[in-house]
Structures are given as C-alpha cells and as structure tokens.
Design a binder for this molecule. Structure first.
Ligand code: SF4
Ligand code: SF4
Length: 222
C-alpha cells in the first residue's frame, strides 16, 4: 500500500511563499487561513546564524492526535495515509485544533474573501467550498488531485495533475511529494541520500512530512 508524504528541502527553500499562494489559489481558503504556511526562522548562535524558511501544514500523521480526539468520527485516515475531514460529520467542536501539535487546523465561521464587499475573485467563485464553514479544515495534500491522477494512470509526485499544488508551484524544487512505501520513488531516494528530520518526532505521531536540512555548517563562512 502507498503512503504519500511531503518533503521540504530547507537547503533550497527561499521563503518566497509561492507554495502558500498556490495553495490559496487552488483551495480558495479564507484570507487568514494558510493550509501551506512558510515560517521564517533564525537558526544558529551568533555570529554563526542564518535564516531558514520552513514550510509547514498538516503533517498527515500516521498516528494523528486530531483523529483520536474527534467525537464525531469526522476526522479519518485513508489507506494511503492521508488524514481527512468529513465536513458533513464535523460538529465544529474544535477538539482536533487543540490536539494537533502542529497547529495545522483552522475553523472559519463567517464567509471571508480577499476583497471584502467586492466581487469574489475567480478562484473564489470556482473553488470556494461552503461546506468548510463552521467546521474544521486543513491541508488535504490535494487529495482530489491525487485521486484524479490515480484514476487516470498518473503518478502522484511525478505528474503535475496528480501532485499537490504547492509542490507544483515551488520555484526552488524545495517541495517534493511521493510514495514513501515505494523504495524507488522520488521521496524514498531523497530520504536515502540526505540528512532529514521530522517535527516533534518525540510525540510519536509519525508525521508524513520530512525536512531535509544540512544544518548551518553548510554555509561558506570564509
Ligand atoms: S498535523 Fe495535526 S491535523 Fe494533521 S494529521 Fe497531524 S495532528 Fe492531525
Ligand atoms: S514555493 Fe518553494 S521556495 Fe517558495 S516558500 Fe514555498 S517551498 Fe519555499
């Protein structure tokens, strides 16, 4: 069985947030919602410091705390590892938002658009989902694109039509998506050849989001 994961290469990310914009365009999320967010951090100790840009979002944990606390079974998990929310079952209690150690979930109560009082933008007209109001929402790993791709003989992470919009849009090839259960996949090879870490490994959530990072020593300090 497949398990789809995302890799963010922190050695390559330049913090442009094209991934964030692409996600918002694709999913028509509200202005204050960022399913794909990029943190701007300072790492190291003076004088050996540098900026690091860290894409974050739902980690599609293999053992997801959000699912365990959900009282309505709205949060679920697919066989391919994607953590899902059934908007029809969600009662908007927000337990999952508290339980998520990655602060990946949002709840929007009122319709919110890019230009208040003006016409909706084209992507809002086409892709805004009224079912997302008053319930939990988060990054889906663009599951609709994955499903479309699999139905049409495409490979998620390789064929753009079967790949999350953020990974397609990244100007630096910093975001890579694929099947970690396939030892020959793009993600398996990257993880075999590079140093990597996952966030909050100590919590045992087994996140499906990996970070490549050579550390501050890679910088030429001469
Ligand atoms: S990152 Fe948060 S919302 Fe996503 S699966 Fe893990 S616990 Fe759930
Ligand atoms: S688009 Fe790529 S380079 Fe730009 S912020 Fe996102 S991950 Fe980083």
């Amino acid at each position: 069985m497949s398990r789809y994961v995302m890799i963010a290469d922190l050695n390559r990310c330049v913090g442009c947030q094209t991934c964030t914009a692409s996600c918002k365009h694709t999913n028509a999320t509200a202005p204050h919602v960022q399913w794909r967010k990029v943190l701007d951090l300072e790492v190291g100790e003076f004088p050996d410091v540098r900026r690091a840009f860290v894409p974050v979002g739902c980690q599609h944990c293999a053992d997801p705390p959000c699912m365990h606390v959900c009282p309505s079974t709205a949060t679920g998990q697919r066989k391919d590892g994607l953590v899902t929310i059934d908007y029809d079952l969600c009662i908007g209690c927000g337990y999952c938002m508290v339980a998520c150690p990655y602060q990946a979930r949002y709840k929007v109560v009122e319709p919110a658009r890019a230009y208040t009082g003006l016409k909706r933008m084209i992507h809002e007209l086409k892709r805004e989902d009224p079912k997302r109001l008053k319930v939990a929402q988060k990054c889906t790993f663009c599951s609709d694109r994955i499903d479309y791709g699999l139905e049409n003989g495409l490979t998620p992470g390789i064929d753009p039509d079967a790949t999350p919009a953020c990974a397609n849009a990244c100007i630096a090839d910093a975001l890579v998506f694929g099947d970690i259960e396939d030892p020959d996949s793009n993600v398996s090879q990257l993880l075999a050849e590079n140093k990597w870490f996952r966030m909050h490994e100590e919590l045992g959530t087994n996140p499906g989001f990996y970070y490549l990072w050579d550390g501050i020593d890679q910088e030429d300090k001469s």
